[in-house]
Design a protein around this ligand. Structure first.
Ligand code: BGC
Length: 739
């Protein structure tokens, strides 16, 4: 995929920016740094049904505001016509005719809604993920969006945090790969809308480290962790061409991210020499006041701008106070110039001066095309993860077993859309029941909800138990509604919400085999459910084609290929639980050990350390065997490349895809190192009985880590390497890096 890059300076653009800047008044400059959200969300109204699109209404004065030159950017607009009206006001009615840049929260698709990002990452298929981003950019740009506030590249190791849904999960390396793939897709060349789109990786930085998984909460991490865990996915996104980022809500060790010169100036500008634009998150400049580091909005404005936030989203601090701050001498105009330069740079690079408008006639034609829907189906199929399949219960054979379909999510077309799907429509989406019906037709069983999704006190097991008793196999569709994940949707208990577990218990008591289809926006804590299920398919919130994808997988038209990208805990008390943990000075000697077995070790009294399902885990309808791990390069210099080969065989009787994962451990470092780190992976498709040598080449430079001096380096010494199916298994060998 050919993509634009917005992370490098273009001399032609720099000349145009300097020329324009020289002609701008201070007020015009400040206007460029002001971003507004021009639509208000209206209250739902009496006829509102859950799943209806949000009711939006533009501010009455929005065009006049754009014509006044006091606005550089608008975001979350609803149509090409509206964007063109605002744009026309800016281009034709301001003195210099500088176009607006139009932002949008396009998190996992636009009208064609894809699986949530956590699910997309579970495909372990960066090419497919890039395609979903390209389609999203295609549709979004058809309504005039130039700037997509995604990918969310926050590493998330706490599933209580609802925003784990929006990112790629717990892993630094995979997070970087997925971040880069999305940037390439969003910034693809040749969009049919004739527009260009810029990605905005967010939230800079360490937002996913929120204490206790509560959204917006404090983050208190070491600078080593900041650099080693949270920053690399941003670096990967910038290296892939991203030319903007969004400064986060959280603080880091007492310094709010939207007033943090270490991250916004020293790291971004001095160390990375990145010339991109920093926009604040929604009112995160104003929030410097409740954080307790600014006295009032004027003080917050000074702090935000001087710390490196170029554009102010919604706070209205810059537009209200910057001129006075310059007059008083507390903000040098040169700092404003630099910020404006970054805004104009992106506007020129996007071609907005030449091509400010969007073709309204093509808007609907580019939405939800059959090709886009085909990508949604492929992504939905690829994202789902099979966690259990006792006795090869799956795949089912259509018509061969009498099915019961039970559970409050079975008929939902709204919930598969997931969080942050403002532009999605329930009418475009399919439920699991829709998907099954396409296979079973008239013979489709009537679904039984059993309990209510919203009124969590309602439980009615009678019909569910009767349906189960009359069936050979029960398909139970349970999990989270879409409002339970995403921003400001953290949970402390991660079991099945409401009375669903009671419903499962009643159905399980019939003794019928249970195929559990779990719709969710996060890893759940489901040890009991996992035991009751004969088969367990994590179907996430997988977008508009979720229903068909579930049916295709259950009936074996396609085999599952997804693998987890975040560990699934056994108990909330284990959180954060992630595979790249530290060894500690008192590691346990084996899996599943508790303090009663081994005393004075880093373990719990009541639960093993290991998660219920580890990172990288997922089953399919065939089996694979690994053999002959060969390290071709047992001794390497720092400039060399580690070469490792393994033989993978499909030992089952169906074709299948295995995600072959390579992990390393640096045994001795100047700081403590994780017990394992993913360094490479490959999706390998094998026919039944087929075997193939899978080869990896990992530059030794990729084994670098951050020392106490905060510098990256590879330290010579011994390493272990594993190649296998997930983070808790693999064939093991070793190698040595020499100075
Ligand atoms: C979210 C961002 C989003 C922004 C604009 C904020 O509340 O944290 O992710 O891009 O709103 O809608």
């Amino acid at each position: 995929m050919e993509s634009f890059a917005y992370n490098t300076l273009n001399p032609g653009i720099e000349t145009r920016v300097s020329d324009l800047l020289a002609r701008m008044t201070l007020a015009e400059k400040i206007g460029q740094l002001n971003q507004i959200s021009p639509m208000s969300y209206l209250p739902p109204g009496p006829d509102w049904v859950r799943g209806d699109p949000p009711r939006l209404e533009p501010f009455p004065d929005v065009e006049a505001l754009c014509a006044s030159g006091a606005v550089g950017s608008i975001y979350n607009t609803d149509s090409a016509a509206f964007v063109n009206r605002c744009q026309r006001a800016a281009v034709t009615r301001t003195r210099l005719g500088i176009p607006l840049i139009v932002g949008g929260d396009v998190i996992h698709g636009f009208r064609t809604v894809f699986p949530i990002p956590l699910a997309l990452a579970s495909t372990w298929n960066p090419e497919l993920v890039a395609q979903t981003a390209r389609v999203a950019a295609e549709e979004a740009s058809a309504t005039g969006i130039d700037w997509i506030f995604a990918p969310m590249v926050d590493i998330a190791r706490d599933p209580r945090w609802g925003r784990i849904a929006e990112g790629s999960g717990e892993d630094v390396y995979l997070g970087g790969v997925m971040a880069a793939a999305q940037v390439r897709g969003f910034q693809a060349r040749g969009l049919a809308s004739g527009k260009r789109v810029a990605a905005c990786p967010k939230h800079f930085v360490a937002y996913g480290g929120a204490e206790s998984g509560r959204d917006y909460n404090a983050v208190d991490i070491s600078e080593v962790a900041l650099r080693q865990v949270y920053l690399p996915p941003f670096k990967a996104a910038f290296d892939a061409g991203a030319g903007s980022t969004m400064s986060a809500f959280n603080d880091i060790g007492g310094v709010p991210a939207s007033g943090n010169p270490l991250t916004l100036k020293k790291i971004l500008r001095e160390e990375w020499a990145w010339p991109g634009l920093v926009v604040s998150d929604y009112e995160s400049v104003r929030e410097l006041i409740p954080h307790g580091v600014a006295e009032d909005l004027k003080d917050a404005t000074r702090l935000g701008l001087l710390s490196g936030v170029d554009m102010d989203m919604v706070s209205r601090g810059y537009i209200t106070h910057l001129a006075d701050l310059v007059a008083e001498g507390s903000v040098p105009e040169a700092v404003i110039d630099e910020a404006v330069r970054r805004v104009l740079r992106l506007k020129y690079a996007l071609g907005l001066f030449e091509n400010p408008y969007v073709d309204e006639a093509r808007e609907s034609e580019l939405m939800l095309t059959p090709a886009n829907q085909a990508v949604a189906l492929e992504a939905a199929r690829g994202s789902m993860v099979l966690l259990k399949n006792e006795g090869d219960l799956l795949p089912l054979v259509p018509g061969a077993q009498r099915l019961a379909v039970i559970g409050p999510l079975a008929e939902s077309r709204f919930d598969p859309l997931g969080c942050w799907a403002f532009f999605g429509r329930t009418q475009d989406s399919q439920s699991v029941v829709d998907g099954l019906r396409a296979y079973l037709g008239e013979a489709s069983p009537a679904p039984v909800a059993g309990c209510d999704l919203i009124d969590t006190t309602v439980l009615d097991t009678e019909a569910a138990v009767a349906a189960a008793q009359a069936a050979d196999v029960v398909v139970l569709v349970v999990g989270e509604i879409q409002e339970l994940s995403g921003e400001a949707h953290s949970r402390a208990y991660l079991g099945l919400p409401g009375r669903q577990q009671e419903l499962v218990d009643a159905v399980a008591a019939t003794g019928k085999p249970l195929v559990v289809v779990l719709l969710t926006g996060r890893p759940l804590v489901i040890p009991r459910l996992a035991q009751q299920a004969s088969a367990l398919l994590v179907a996430w919130h997988a977008g508009i084609r979720a229903g068909q994808a579930v049916a295709d997988l259950l009936f074996g038209a396609v085999a599952p290929t997804g693998r987890l990208t975040a560990s699934w805990p056994r108990a909330e008390g284990q959180i954060p639980v992630y595979y790249a943990q530290k060894n500690t000075g008192r590691p346990i000697s084996g899996d599943g050990t508790t303090q009663f077995v081994e005393h004075f070790r880093s373990a719990y009294l009541d639960v093993p350390n290991a998660p219920l399902y580890p990172f990288g885990f997922g089953l399919t309808y065939t089996s694979f065997a690994y053999s002959d791990l060969v390290v071709e390069t047992p001794e390497l210099a720092t400039a060399d490349t580690l070469r490792v080969h393994v033989t993978l065989a499909n030992t089952g009787d169906r074709a299948g895809v295995e995600v072959v994962q390579l992990y390393v451990r640096d045994l001795v470092g100047s700081v403590t190192r994780p017990v394992r780190e993913l360094k490479a992976f490959e999706r390998v498709e094998l026919a039944p009985g087929e075997a193939r040598v899978v080869s990896f080449a990992v530059p030794v430079a990729d084994l670098a880590f951050v020392g106490v001096d905060h510098a990256w380096r590879v330290e010579p010494g011994a390493f272990k390497v594993w190649v296998g199916a997930h983070a808790a298994t693999g064939l093991e060998s070793g190698f040595k890096v020499v100075a």
